[in-house]
Write a protein that binds this ligand. Structure first.
Ligand code: SF4
Ligand code: SF4
Length: 479
């Protein structure tokens, strides 16, 4: 049996506008559809991927030749390919921003090894005053009213440094602008006291916490106070208080310090009844992060053991721990437009699906660029957001695409990976047209995801109802 199932969130009719005289009768030549064979590391199946549309099929190895000859797959896909190409183009180039990562302070009470913000800023930077915060949110509300349909409620995620250090400005704003935005907060969790938890959960604010290990000795290697003290117990305490709150997740940044403990970490998170976590590869934008970057193959090996363990835990308990950064890649394969995170598509979401506001009101394509002044596109208090989105600083990010990057332009999985992250590419690898820090880890993740699909185990790794807003636009179980 061969498998192909491709879901869309929208479908438009289109006409074949290719100029060449070829009728497109064959795969991989002339105007024919492109399907690149990909070894997914499965005993029975090979992947076939159209790198331009992200369409795929899983084909039994012994049927590969027959499948690539004139047959039902070619005939059926030929009718759909142009529409899928249009859909992918619109997803990549025609979205409007609907979220903002908002830094209400430059300061942080921790000094984590891999932070993307410069130390001087985090140590002695300033807070955004309450009146400024209100003005900033009002300006963002007006921008979104001009650009988004009424039915779409944009999202504001208060983000680090440590947003809870400016709680006195932030909490009143959550009430004042509750009709205008959905709110979230990404915090190190050390300043969330009972009153703050009550306040945020009563308003269904999304809460993201950070924790890098299941044991203090390892967690404290990367996340600690300026004086070098551990915050492990405090964060665990906070997670305990949030038990049962569905709008909560934990980010674990994977480094050489904790990569060998990923299995124990997911067991620990599952035991704490955390519904979703991220096991994010460390971003290497800042120099301080690079010495603790694991090798790609080591990262993949332990990451997949951890994913396997989440599967077992789900079988044993009936309760999922979704590893959201991987789930997003699975969704990118199953229904490209339904993905929730926008690092794994090219151009990435920075500056086109969302943007970031610094504590001084400066606008950047993504928080990852705060601290890199050449990516400052303007100021929220002075400039019109629409103009900033078109600034040269933003366009450097929004115009970075896989087709211009080697080897991504030849890579079959480029629309499941997206070649993240432009900030890393620029700072670590020498320019926007370079890859980021983890090419091979992305290849590995896509191969692992295809193996799950081949074995029909993928739903166990996804959020419940992840496909509620999708419709199936191509399905074929036997070719
Ligand atoms: S890839 Fe990098 S710049 Fe783009 S959205 Fe992700 S973190 Fe931000
Ligand atoms: S970074 Fe690597 S896996 Fe990702 S698109 Fe580029 S070549 Fe492919």
């Amino acid at each position: 049996m061969n498998l192909s199932s491709y879901k869309s969130t929208s479908m438009k009719n289109t006409e074949n506008q290719f100029a060449a005289s070829s009728r497109g009768l064959y795969f991989n030549t002339g105007n024919g559809s492109t399907l690149q064979p990909v070894d997914i590391g499965h005993r029975d199946y090979m992947g076939l991927v159209d790198p331009d549309t992200a369409f795929w099929a899983l084909v039994r190895k012994e049927h590969l030749g027959k499948t690539l000859s004139d047959g039902p797959l070619l005939r059926k896909y030929r009718r759909k390919a142009a529409a899928f190409a249009r859909e992918m183009h619109s997803f990549r180039f025609e979205l409007k921003p609907s979220a903002v990562y908002f830094n209400p302070t430059e300061r942080c009470n921790l000094n984590c090894s891999y932070c993307y913000l410069p130390q001087t800023m985090r140590r002695s930077g300033g807070h955004m005053a309450k009146a400024e915060l209100d003005t900033a949110l009002a300006r963002l509300r007006d921008f979104f009213k001009r650009t988004l349909p009424d039915a779409v409620k944009p999202q504001i995620i208060f983000h680090g440094a440590e947003p809870m250090l400016n709680r006195q400005a932030l909490f009143p704003a959550l009430d004042q602008f509750k009709d205008d935005f959905r709110f979230g907060i990404q915090t190190n969790g050390t300043l969330l006291d009972d009153e703050a938890i009550e306040f945020l959960t009563a308003r269904n604010t999304a809460i993201g916490l950070s924790l890098d290990a299941d044991v203090e000795s390892i967690a404290s290697r990367t996340r600690k106070t300026w004086g070098g003290n551990s915050v492990f117990d405090k964060v665990i305490q906070t997670i305990g208080k949030l038990k049962g709150y569905p709008n909560c997740s934990v980010i674990c940044t994977v480094t050489r310090e904790n990569v060998r403990r990923l299995v124990q970490i997911v067991e620990f998170f599952h035991g704490l009844e955390i519904p979703a976590c991220m096991l994010n590869p460390i971003r290497c934008t800042q120099k301080g992060a690079r010495p603790i970057k694991p090798d790609d193959h080591e990262q993949s090996r332990h990451f997949f053991k951890a994913l396997d363990r989440t599967y077992e835990l789900y079988q044993e308990t009936g309760r999922k721990l979704v590893v959201a950064n991987f789930a997003n890649i699975l969704v990118a394969i199953l229904a490209p437009q339904a993905r929730r995170l926008m690092c794994d598509i090219s151009p990435c979401g920075g500056g086109r699906c969302f943007f970031a506001v610094s504590a001084k009101g400066e606008l950047f394509p993504c928080s990852e660029f705060i601290g890199l002044s050449e990516f400052n596109g303007g100021n929220l208090f002075k400039d019109k957001v629409e103009d900033v989105l078109q600034s040269a600083a933003f366009r450097k990010v929004t115009e970075r695409k896989v087709e211009d990057i080697d080897p991504c332009r030849r890579c079959a999985v480029r629309h499941f990976c997206g070649s993240p992250c432009p900030a890393e590419a620029h700072e670590m690898n020498g320019g926007m047209h370079r890859t980021g820090a983890f090419c091979e880890h992305y290849e590995d993740q896509v191969r692992y995801a295809f193996r799950l699909i081949a074995d029909n185990r993928h739903e166990a790794f996804l959020w419940n109802n992840w496909d509620a807003d999708t419709k199936t636009s191509f399905e074929m179980f036997s070719l």
